[in-house]
Write a protein that binds this ligand. Structure first.
Ligand code: R5P
Length: 314
């Protein structure tokens, strides 16, 4: 790998960064990201980066504001140190769910965050499974939105019997993502349609598709509270599904989500390491983490060599 590449890590996901560096066969660039007594962030890059092609790996996961600020300050440090190019590698792009004005007098925070990253001096962005593909357009710099699907498909084919599988989107908004995965494993598709028939009445889950006797695979981009997932799993089992698995790119898993999933009827939840797993995630009997480090590492290598990354989408 060309020596001109420099890989830097924020504090959000050290494990993934080390996996990416190992894939590339490169050491992490020495840098300190630390706090002053009042918790302001301070960054010091301890190697020469003048004229280098630099990659900062930082998910804007919990605590999102701190991790975002680290990314911005690291970018500023690199820019002022004459790095030739700065790529923000953001495996999990936080604030993505605020991508439109759903009601009056509200922000589009995904656009604001894109502006902040761009204005800080980032030249390109590399991310994975953006909540909405259109967010790429919030950046007026090159943005590659990789899919974790190839990594998931490999795991599904290695561990599940796909002959009886049915891919399920847990809501209508996720149909395109679920359909793409269903096509890759040659399985049919079902959809969970949540509806509130009348104001004040609780939501009814309708399943579009016959799931009876099927091994269902729920596919989504984010699992946060786990509510969407666990409710969908219940509804599928109530309709006669044999078992329910879930493949979700970003394990946000806030609050009591891990406990909720551990006590749910989900056979297994598979997430990627776009967000660093907490100890409780690692200990959960029905949560497995698969790595996107090779995918990210390959995308970085190709970006550095000015090669196409489109074959990584296959
Ligand atoms: C929503 O549009 C997303 O794709 C996820 O379904 C949602 O963020 C999951 O949230 P939770 O786990 O809190 O139900």
């Amino acid at each position: 790998m060309a020596e001109a590449i420099k890989i830097l890590s924020g504090n959000s996901n050290r494990a993934l960064t080390e996996g990416i560096a190992a894939y590339l066969g490169l050491p992490l660039t020495k840098a300190q990201v630390r706090r002053f007594a009042d918790m302001e962030i301070f960054v010091e890059i301890q190697e020469n980066v003048r004229g280098k092609d630099t990659f900062i790996i930082q998910s804007t996961s919990f605590p999102a504001n701190d991790h975002l600020m680290e990314l911005l300050i690291m970018t500023d440090a690199l820019r002022r140190s004459s790095a030739r190019r700065i790529t923000a590698v953001v495996p999990y792009f936080g604030y993505a769910r605020q991508d439109r004005r759903a009601s009056g007098r509200t922000p589009i925070s995904a656009k604001l965050v894109s502006n902040l990253i761009t204005r800080a001096g980032v030249d390109r962005v590399l991310t994975v499974d953006l909540h909405a593909g259109q967010i790429q357009g919030f950046f007026d710099i090159p943005t590659d939105n990789l899919f974790a699907a190839p990594v998931m498909v490999r795991d599904i084919k290695d561990n599940l019997d796909t002959r009886n599988a049915m891919v399920v989107s847990p809501d209508v908004g996720g149909v395109v993502r679920a359909r793409a995965l269903a096509k890759r494993i040659d399985a049919p598709l079902a959809i969970v349609d949540k509806r509130r028939e009348r104001a004040g009445e609780s939501e009814v889950m309708n399943i579009i598709g016959d799931v009876s006797g099927r091994s269902c695979i729920l596919v989504d981009d984010i699992v946060d509270s786990g509510g969407t997932l666990c409710n969908a799993a219940e509804a599928l089992l109530a309709k006669g599904a044999k078992e329910v698995y879930a493949y979700i790119t970003h394990g946000v898993l806030s609050g009591g989500a891990v406990a909720r999933i551990a006590s749910s009827k989900l056979k297994q939840l598979v997430i990627t390491d776009s967000i660093q797993a907490t100890e409780s995630v690692k200990a959960a009997h029905n949560i497995k983490v698969i790595s996107i480090a090779p995918l990210m590492g390959e995308a970085i290598a190709r970006t550095a060599k000015e090669e196409s990354v489109s074959s990584l989408f296959d």
